[in-house]
Design a binder for this molecule. Structure first.
Ligand SMILES: Cc1cc2nc3c(=O)[nH]c(=O)nc-3n(C[C@H](O)[C@H](O)[C@H](O)COP(=O)(O)O)c2cc1C
Length: 263
């Protein structure tokens, strides 16, 4: 389980309980979360997230891993977005030498080149968060419209689907030999099976459980149990006894993803 950005808690002391509740449950692997734009000063005098704040973010939920999200598309569409990126790689390297760091996108995918640059700086795992699911360009488009920010609203519409499809990003990153979480449009156990067959270590979903989570506990439990059941069905139908066997299952890439692979 990964929580959302802990910026509010560690930089402003806001909503600590909304994160800390996770610490009360025996979740086997927890990811603290901080945005790359918060690792550098966006304007003179800004407080940035450094090792002390990261330690606090991890302790708040009892995390074993720090997820650093790369959400620059979102920041470009937000009227109040943090648009400086210079220096982020160096800060990621500093943190990656002190904490186990997973780098993630938030809906636009990670390329092999970016993953290699991050691996060189000590990043230990990736969560691709490719296109095909939640679009933060879209989310921010509507927020910008509400705020009357016409230029940002238009940028959100223009870059609505910008990025690398989740399956392509998984295929690009799997050969690097580091753990890869497939995410971005994972909506069923069959999607999880597809992700594992393509070489992902695990799969993740955010928007897929959001509706159920907004309704209630029982609905969320049912959604996750159904997802696991669907994964079992896919494993049964492909004769895969375990996740490793599923990873060796043959697959065919069709539809919009196929042209990416011929590139
Ligand atoms: C409501 C919502 C809030 C999110 N907030 C964060 C966040 O704070 N930090 C982060 O790394 N990703 C955040 N994400 C992005 C997800 O982790 C995920 O990468 C993205 O939504 C793509 O997956 P999906 O198609 O299953 O939603 C958020 C997603 C949603 C739907």
């Amino acid at each position: 389980m990964g929580v959302g950005s802990e910026r509010a808690a560690v930089l402003k002391g806001q909503y600590p309980e909304s994160y800390a509740c996770v610490a009360r449950y025996a979740v086997p692997l927890k990811f603290a979360n901080i945005g790359a734009p918060q690792l550098i000063a966006q304007k003179p005098g800004d407080t940035v997230v450094g090792p002390e704040e990261v330690r606090a973010a991890m302790d708040l939920i009892g995390a074993q891993v720090l997820a650093i999200h790369l959400n620059f598309l979102q920041e470009m569409v937000q009227p109040e977005g943090d648009r400086r990126a210079k220096g982020c790689l160096g800060q990621i390297a500093e943190l990656a030498h002190k904490f186990p760091v997973l780098a993630k996108e938030t809906g636009a995918g990670i390329s092999r080149a970016v993953a290699e640059a991050l691996r060189e700086r000590g990043v230990k795992a990736f969560d691709v968060s490719g296109t095909g699911g939640t679009s933060f360009a879209a989310v921010e488009h509507y927020r910008a419209l509400d705020q009357g920010a016409e230029r940002e609203a238009r940028v959100g519409r223009t870059f609505w689907d910008w990025g690398i499809p989740a399956p392509v990003s998984v295929l690009e990153l799997a050969p690097l030999g580091l753990p890869v979480v497939a995410s971005g449009g994972v909506r069923s156990g069959l999607d999880v099976a597809r992700a594992l067959a393509l070489g992902a270590t695990a799969a993740g979903t955010a928007g897929g459980v959001l509706r159920a989570a907004s309704t209630g506990f029982e609905e969320t439990k049912a959604e996750l149990e159904t997802l696991v059941h669907e994964l079992r069905v896919a494993m049964f139908l492909t004769g895969s006894k375990n996740a490793d066997e599923l990873r060796k299952a043959p697959y065919v890439v069709t539809g919009e993803t196929a042209p990416w692979l011929r590139r």
